[in-house]
Design a protein around this ligand. Structure first.
Ligand code: NAD
Ligand code: ZN
Length: 379
């Protein structure tokens, strides 16, 4: 391609300050270096993790920064040493990677790659610590190694899943984070048995994908817990059979759920990011066999507090990033599930905005109006 090896100038939505609207800027995107690929992003969507870090709740603030990690695009060029990807490949960038060589990548149980696991503090590329983005020569930080709120981005090749080129990128972009995270949290980590009860805390895209996973696993009852009553109608499409709004009860929600289920649910999956909900999700599982899985990203100073007896009573507490999926190995298969109509993605997509109106996607999420809002690049 004519742009190979050259700096590309394109539009990016830059966060200059915590909590302030993103500003559309012309940025320079350097060519990919060793083990990196440059991707033309076609569609991206907003996940709550972007919002937390934009609000600077999750970390040491790092600005200016280009957020975005749920996206689909096409490889424009590849750097030295990249053998498994080439220009023209349809890809999903993923916020956590797979080097293929470390103990985690060799383990069947883990997706916590030593080299490329999620790192929210890093603002540059692993290869040299530098940013590939700049504005008038001044660097702009990366986010999660993906920074998809830019028409072009540079990503480590270990964080890029090559998918079926027939898959519509405006739909499968949500597989790159929210859908896989929620579905995998249930199917790969909570692992409910047929007929068991599952509580899902937080009915955003991640929680609804967790509910979808529960339905696929044949769960008998799926109890949705959310503070936003608007979510309940929507959640019926995802197989959620009962609803609990903690605000409508004077007792702790753990107790409400225990009373509904003769002592507690068999499995729970927390998809809120609220530490109170994390504790509730753990304390509402049945003693003896209950398993709770934490998915929400907590705020920086949060601490999880529960009485140790809750664990001695044979409850299990787990957590997961990206639903335990290995991004390069497993994600092409999740996309195939959509292509084979085993998975419906359309119902997660409630809004679409052109890139120039990306701030609207933040408003929809903050007001609890959207499940996923797709942002169309080049529009
Ligand atoms: P979202 O904002 O669309 O949905 C969150 C839902 O939780 C909302 O409906 C909200 O009303 C509800 N909620 C908030 N506090 C609650 C509480 N105390 N009790 C019950 N419900 C509550 O967000 P999302 O994009 O679906 O993401 C959900 C969470 O998952 C976020 O914390 C996000 O950062 C995290 N996440 C984690 C991973 C991972 O790999 N572990 C990946 C993606 C997202
Ligand atoms: Zn995400």
């Amino acid at each position: 391609m004519s742009t190979t090896g050259q700096i590309i100038r394109c539009k990016a939505a830059v966060a200059w300050e915590a909590g302030k609207p993103l500003v559309m800027e012309e940025v320079e995107v350097a060519p990919p270096q060793k083990h990196e690929v440059r991707i033309k992003i076609l569609f991206t969507s907003l996940c709550h993790t972007d919002v937390y870090f934009w609000e600077a709740k999750g970390q040491t603030p790092l600005f200016p920064r280009i957020f975005g990690h749920e996206a689909g695009g096409i490889v424009e060029s590849v750097g030295e040493g990249v053998t498994d990807l080439q220009p023209g490949d349809h890809v999903l960038p993923i916020f956590t990677g797979e080097c293929g060589d470390c103990r985690h990548c060799h383990s069947e149980e883990s997706n916590m790659c030593d080299l490329l696991r999620i790192n929210t503090e890093r603002g540059g590329m692993i290869h040299d610590g530098e940013s590939r983005f700049s504005i008038n020569g001044k660097p702009v930080h990366h986010f999660l190694g993906t920074s998809t709120f830019s028409e072009y981005t540079v990503v480590h090749s270990g964080q890029v899943a090559k998918i079926n080129p027939e898959a519509p990128l405006d739909k499968v972009c949500i597989v790159s984070c929210g859908l896989s995270t929620g579905m995998g949290a249930t199917l790969n980590v909570a692992k409910p048995k047929k007929g068991q009860s599952v509580a899902v805390f937080g009915l955003g895209a991640v929680g609804l994908a967790a509910a979808e996973g529960a339905r696929m696993a044949g769960a008998g009852r799926i109890i949705g817990v959310d503070l936003n009553p608007k979510r309940f109608e929507e959640a019926k499409k995802f197989g959620v059979t009962e609803f609990v709004n903690p605000r409508e009860h004077d007792k702790p929600v753990q107790q409400v759920i225990a009373e509904m289920t003769d002592g507690g649910v068999d499995r729970s999956v927390e998809c809120t990011g609220s530490v109170q909900a994390m504790i509730q999700a753990f304390e509402c599982v049945h003693d003896g066999w209950g398993v709770a899985v934490l998915v929400g990203v907590p705020s920086k100073d949060d601490a999880f507090k529960t009485h140790p007896m809750n664990l001695l009573n044979e409850r299990t507490l787990k957590g997961t990033f990206f639903g335990n999926y290995k991004p390069k190995t497993d994600i092409p298969g999740v996309v195939e599930k959509y292509m084979n109509k085993e998975l419906e993605l359309e119902k997660f997509i409630t809004h679409t905005v052109p890139f120039s109106e990306i701030n609207k996607a933040f408003d929809y999420m903050l007001k609890g109006e959207s499940i996923r809002c797709i942002i169309t690049m080049g529009a």
